[in-house]
Design a protein around this ligand. Structure first.
Ligand code: PGA
Length: 253
C-alpha cells in the first residue's frame, strides 16, 4: 500500500522564528497521527531553524525549490547538496506559481527532479491545469504533457521515489476545491500516464492532491482510491489545522 503523504507548502510565509514556533506547537499535535508521512516546506531561510526543532521527530523537511546545477554563477539559487546538508528529505519542483510567475518549463522541472534524485532527495513534482484550460477541455492534454516533460529524466528504477502533486491552478488559494470526483478522475488519469511511462512501479507512486485542502474536506479527498496525500498551502500555516489534515479520517486504520 502507498503510505499517505501530507505536506505543508508554506510558500513565502513565516520567518525562522515563526517556523520554530509552529514546529513546537505542531509536534505534540501529530505525535499520535497514523502511518503517514508528514512534511513541512518552509521558505529556504526556515529550513535550518526547522531542522533543529524537528530533528529526530516524525516530521520531515522539504525545500520549495532547487537549482539543478551542482554549483556556479547562479545568483540567488540553492543547489541540491545544500539541501542534503540541512537534512531535506523532499523537494517541491514545478509548482504552478513557479511555472506561471518565473517561467519554469517542463524541461527545467525535469532537470530539478533528476538532480534531487541524484542527491537522494525525493521530488514532489507538481502538475495542474488552469481554469481556462479546464473550460476548454484541455486539462488532460495539459497534465499529460506536464507529466511527460517533467518526468523525462527520472530513471525507471527510481520512479517509486517520486511524488506527484496534482494541483488544479483554479483551486489554489481560491477556496474552490476540486470535488473528490474531479480530483479522483484526474488522479486515475495521472496513474495511467505513470503506468505507461514506468510500468508496474506506477502502483507504488504517490499522487497528492493540492488546492484549498482544509480540515473539512481532507477526509473525503483522502477516501478516493488514487489520492495518496495532500499538498497544502493556506491551511498548513496553522498548526491545529495542518495537524487535523495530517490526522485525516481513516489515517489511523
Ligand atoms: P492552497 O495551496 O492550499 O492554499 O490552495 C496549495 C498549493 O499551492 O500547494
Amino acid at each position: 500500500m502507498r503510505r499517505p503523504i501530507l505536506a505543508a507548502n508554506w510558500k513565502m510565509h513565516k520567518t525562522g522564528a515563526e517556523a520554530t514556533a509552529f514546529a513546537k506547537a505542531f509536534l505534540p499535535l501529530v505525535a499520535d497521527a497514523g502511518e503517514v508521512d508528514i512534511v513541512l516546506a518552509p521558505p529556504f531561510t526556515g529550513l535550518v531553524p526547522l531542522a533543529q526543532t524537528l530533528g529526530g521527530s516524525r516530521v520531515a523537511l522539504a525545500a520549495q525549490n532547487v537549482n539543478p546545477e551542482e554549483k556556479g554563477a547562479f545568483t540567488g539559487e540553492i543547489a541540491p547538496s545544500m539541501l542534503v546538508e540541512i537534512g531535506c528529505t523532499y523537494g517541491i519542483v514545478g509548482h504552478s506559481e513557479r511555472r506561471a510567475l518565473y517561467g519554469e518549463t517542463d524541461d527545467f522541472v525535469a532537470r530539478k527532479a533528476a538532480a534531487l534524485l541524484a542527491h537522494g532527495i525525493l521530488p514532489i513534482v507538481c502538475v495542474g491545469e488552469t481554469l481556462e484550460e479546464r473550460e476548454a477541455e484541455r486539462a488532460f492534454d495539459v497534465i499529460g504533457a506536464q507529466l511527460r516533460g517533467s518526468l523525462a529524466a527520472v530513471p525507471d528504477e527510481r520512479a517509486s521515489e517520486v511524488v506527484i502533486a496534482y494541483e488544479p491552478v483554479w483551486a489554489i488559494g481560491t477556496g474552490r476545491t476540486a470535488t473528490p470526483e474531479i480530483a479522483q478522475e484526474v488522479h486515475a488519469f495521472v496513474r495511467k500516464q505513470l503506468a505507461q511511462r514506468f510500468g508496474a512501479a506506477a502502483e507504488a507512486m504517490r499522487i497528492q492532491y493540492g488546492g484549498s485542502v482544509k480540515p473539512d474536506n481532507v477526509d473525503t479527498l483522502m477516501a478516493q482510491p488514487d489520492i495518496d496525500g495532500a499538498l497544502v498551502g493556506g491551511a498548513s500555516l496553522d498548526p491545529e489545522q495542518f495537524a487535523r489534515i495530517a490526522k485525516f479520517e481513516s489515517s489511523g486504520e
